[in-house]
Design a binder for this molecule. Structure first.
Ligand SMILES: *Cc1c(COP(=O)(O)O)cnc(C)c1O
Length: 410
């Protein structure tokens, strides 16, 4: 046995006769049904199981929101809308999909810097909650509300004076384009109080893709303390407190699945304390990747097989232009391999070390670098797992002019 780090075991998709299946079909059969490669496939049962397991783990009374930017495919959002308590959108385009899903406007919030006047107007007309990113944005929201004769429903997104340590992406602490610096929040709260806007509460999101329970607990403790402190200046009782999320999933060799037991126990204590201090406030977490990433795969076909100075390349019809994150170019500092398998030889049969690349004329177009896979020939399907979030919509489809991938929900 080598002690090289390996990928965490992935159990969400049954392997039948050594072939990967999703939604009860082998990937080969699903490819025939879809009619073209490459494509993304998302498994609705895997999403349902994830939300159900999360609800069993997390304390009662904590709401779960889905942050749509992780996967805004309308069919996925419709499915998620039936599972979660609310949706978080980041644009007017996402808002339309959220409203189409039937999620009540009262359970939709809109965060993100640089909301334009048309976006503010659309959000206020819909009656959703605006998570304010700056004092200037609030003034523009007020003017948009005046034009419509509607008091905007607003929460203040806070840029905390702490960070979520060991996160894949840091979104707080220090200067940030996201949210209002904690020390500037009291002034904005007074302005909201004078304005006639409907104040709803706080949104405190400190980071993403975190696999360390102790870091999550530390950030959650600091989040509740900050909310208590800021509530002293609030123009009224808090209706909601969005404590962010940041739960990560294992992508790379050596990463372990996040154990939520200690996080949940701590949240239970904090939730009780929060209700004692702030009254009947709805506390929610907002998660994107954790809810959908493991439910999705990306499938491409081997177009060519070649040897180059001792290394075997599988050249596929998929790559960086469809799946930027798996190529290592979406936020990674050092490129690491996503879990990749040969669709009809997952565990058994002859295996070989190969690099899986795409058709783009750039050395960045890598889906798997020197990985041991079941042997594959031209025509075989290669599957990139952990691909249900930040895949299709986070990739530069136009780069080099190849066709876009398809997406299916099974
Ligand atoms: C991106 C984002 C999320 C979702 O992050 P995940 O890592 O996908 O869970 C949640 N909230 C806000 C404000 C975000 O910007």
């Amino acid at each position: 046995m080598s002690d090289k780090p390996v990928h965490a075991p992935l159990a969400q998709f049954p392997v039948v006769g050594d072939a990967l299946t999703i939604g009860g079909l082998s990937v080969e059969r699903l490819a025939a049904q879809v009619g073209q490669t490459p494509f993304y496939a998302y498994d609705r049962d895997a999403m349902s199981r994830r939300v159900r397991d999360l609800r069993e783990t997390l304390p009662d009374g904590l709401s779960i929101h889905y942050a749509m930017k992780a996967n805004p495919m309308p069919a996925v959002v419709d499915h998620m809308a039936g599972l979660v308590d609310g949706l978080d959108v980041a644009s007017l385009g996402e808002l339309r999909v959220a409203l189409d899903s039937g999620m009540p406007a009262a359970e939709i919030s809109f965060a993100g810097p640089g909301k334009g006047d048309v976006e503010l107007r659309g959000a206020i007309a819909a009656g959703i909650t605006l998570n304010l990113e700056s004092a200037g944005e609030f003034e523009r929201a007020l003017r948009a509300g005046d034009g419509l004769g509607i008091a905007p429903r607003v929460a203040v997104r806070v840029n905390p004076d702490f960070e979520l340590k060991s996160s894949g992406m840091k979104m707080s602490g220090g200067p940030k384009p996201f949210g209002v610096d904690a020390e500037q929040v009291p002034q904005l709260l007074h302005r909201i109080g004078q304005s006639g806007a409907h104040f709803r509460g706080f949104h405190i999101f400190s980071g993403s893709q975190n696999l360390r329970p102790e870091s999550l607990i530390e950030a959650q403790d600091a989040t509740f303390e900050l909310a208590y402190r800021l509530s002293d200046d609030a123009p009224g009782a808090l209706e909601m407190l969005n404590i962010g999320g940041g739960f990560g999933i294992p992508y790379f060799p050596g990463e372990q699945r996040l154990d939520l037991s200690a996080v949940s126990a701590n949240l239970g204590v904090r939730l009780g304390e929060c209700h004692a201090r702030l009254g009947e406030v709805e506390v929610m977490i907002e998660l994107g990747r954790y809810l959908v990433a493991e439910a999705g795969i990306y499938v491409c076909r081997v177009v060519d097989r070649k040897e180059s100075r001792g290394l075997t390349y599988l050249v596929t019809d998929g790559g960086l232009h469809h799946h930027l994150a798996a190529s290592g170019n979406f936020g990674q500092v050092i490129r690491k391999n996503y879990p990749v398998v040969t669709a009809r030889h997952v565990h058994e049969g002859p295996r070989e070390v190969v690099s899986v690349v795409g058709p783009l004329c750039t050395p960045l177009d890598i889906l798997g670098d020197r990985m041991e896979l079941g042997c594959a020939d031209v025509g075989d399907l290669i599957v990139v797992l952990q691909s249900g979030a930040y895949g299709y919509t986070a990739s530069p489809h136009l780069f080099l002019g190849h066709p876009a991938p398809l997406q299916v929900l099974v």
